[in-house]
Design a protein around this ligand. Structure first.
Ligand SMILES: Cc1ncc(COP(=O)(O)O)c(C=O)c1O
Length: 442
């Protein structure tokens, strides 16, 4: 039976889920941080069923991975066809065709009409690590610059530029030896206590006049890495001129601009790439998450002149297997055939408008912001904007109990990243659960 609405048959986590969670707790890494006690056994469209038969409406898409919903029939068919032909052939020692076809599709759909090359890998962190290594190899410069609240992943290179909190970094120093950090234009909580637009993006003046002059000499900086909308940091949408200003600073100083589109890519923000909102063509773009419908996949797409490293400089055995690449091709086809980028824009506007209405009624909501179906709600305890972290966590827990999956971001924000195939009615269902929970939290 296809799912049509959330359905709670036993308060989650039910007995089966609790048993799995206990077993898992004895064998998996204790470093994993769980948002909700969901033990998923089946997914379809915007719904996930748990081990006890509860059905949840998925407003997080597994952090923007299940953007086409769960088990999109066209992608599943492409995967099955490829499974019947060739599951795996090491695509670095030999040649396989889907990775070439996909590269050609990607180049036609990524910003910039210049020659490009792609390096495939298996995750967002790896895509970031690849980008960092490539920029270093290309420039032979030592410094790298990231942003406060940035999230780029967990491998040693990526975590070196992850500054969403202490936990990902504690215990791992020394990280990438000379990373420097600049405040992101998080205008709701400006680190310089200025306000936009009067500030004229003071954070960019800080970059040019302090960081690049006094800390990391511009001609020794290999790369600047940035999320076009910060994800784990709190779904923070910068002013539209931010990325163009940054690109100009990078270009003027021979610095490689790495745009991390791992979370924002594949239509999430109402354009195919968040960079497309700004006209910026990144020197390197890191992509992953919605790439291959949940199969492990990532890539660094670069200007051909930047990806000029030599044979043997960077490789990986499991990269670009044919099943993953066929899934990726199907994902792009579905996004276009079903007009999902436009849907993301339209439904995102609707979601934002409805959340603005909620904000008027509930002072617990300090800010709502978003681009396309990447929408953040920031909860605050008072007019001084004290982050309401505990209430944010309770909101997520209460929503879970009512059959709605939500994810956290930043200090006290909730991120809404539903599948791009979500209908207006399903958005309304999710919003009414959120409002019930807000009423409860006061
Ligand atoms: C912007 C961004 N970059 C990189 C990553 C790391 O990706 P992964 O978890 O696949 O390694 C994430 C993951 O959330 C992300 O949001």
């Amino acid at each position: 039976m296809p799912y049509t609405a959330p359905k709670i048959v036993t308060p989650p986590p039910g007995p089966r889920a609790r048993e799995w969670i206990a077993r898992e707790g004895r064998c998996l890494s204790p470093s994993l941080s769980r948002t909700s006690p969901l033990v998923g056994v089946r997914g379809e469209g915007v719904f996930v069923e748990d081990a006890d038969g509860n059905v949840f409406l998925d407003f997080g898409s597994g952090i923007a991975v299940n953007s086409l919903g769960h088990r999109h029939p066209a992608v599943i068919a492409a995967i099955k066809e490829q499974l019947d032909r060739l599951v795996f052939l090491n695509s670095l020692d030999y040649y396989t065709t889907p990775q070439v076809e996909y590269a050609e599709m990607l180049f036609a759909r990524t910003p910039g009409r210049f020659p490009k090359r792609v390096f495939y890998c298996n995750s967002g962190s790896e895509a970031v690590d690849t980008s960092i290594k490539m920029a270093k190899w290309h420039t032979r410069r030592p410094y790298g610059i990231g942003f406060v609240n940035g999230f780029h992943g967990r491998t040693m290179g990526a975590v070196s530029f992850t500054t969403t909190g202490a936990a990902p970094r504690r215990g791992f120093a020394p990280l990438y030896p000379i990373g420097q950090f600049v405040p992101y234009p998080y205008c709701y909580r400006c680190m310089f206590n200025r306000s936009y637009p009067g500030c004229d993006l003071h954070c960019m003046s800080y970059l040019t006049d302090v960081t690049l002059k006094k800390i990391a000499p511009a001609d020794e900086v290999a790369f600047i890495i940035v999320e076009p909308v910060q994800g784990a940091g709190g779904y923070i949408v910068p002013p539209p001129e931010f990325l163009p200003r940054l690109a100009e600073i990078a270009r003027a100083n021979g610095i490689v601009l790495i745009v991390d589109e791992v979370q924002t890519g594949f239509g999430r923000t109402g354009r195919m790439w968040a960079s497309d909102h700004t006209g910026v063509a990144p020197d390197i773009m890191a992509i992953s998450k919605a790439f291959a419908h949940g199969l492990p996949a990532g890539a660094a797409v670069a200007r051909a002149e930047v990806m000029n490293w030599g044979e043997g400089a960077h490789e990986g055995t499991l990269n670009a297997g044919p099943v993953v690449m066929e899934a990726a091709k199907a994902v792009l086809e579905v996004i276009e055939r079903e007009g999902l980028v436009e849907r993301s824009r339209l439904e995102g506007e609707y979601l934002l408008k409805r959340l603005e209405e909620l904000r008027e009624r509930h002072p617990l909501i300090g800010d709502v912001r978003g681009l396309g179906l990447m929408v953040g709600i920031e909860l605050v305890a008072d007019a001084r904007k004290t982050p309401a972290r505990e209430k944010r966590d309770r909101l997520i827990a209460e929503a879970f109990g009512r059959g709605l999956l939500l994810l956290a971001a930043g200090e006290s924000s909730v991120r809404l990243a539903p599948p791009l195939v979500i209908t207006r009615e399903q958005i309304d269902t999710g919003l009414s659960i959120i409002e019930d929970c807000l009423k409860l939290l006061g």
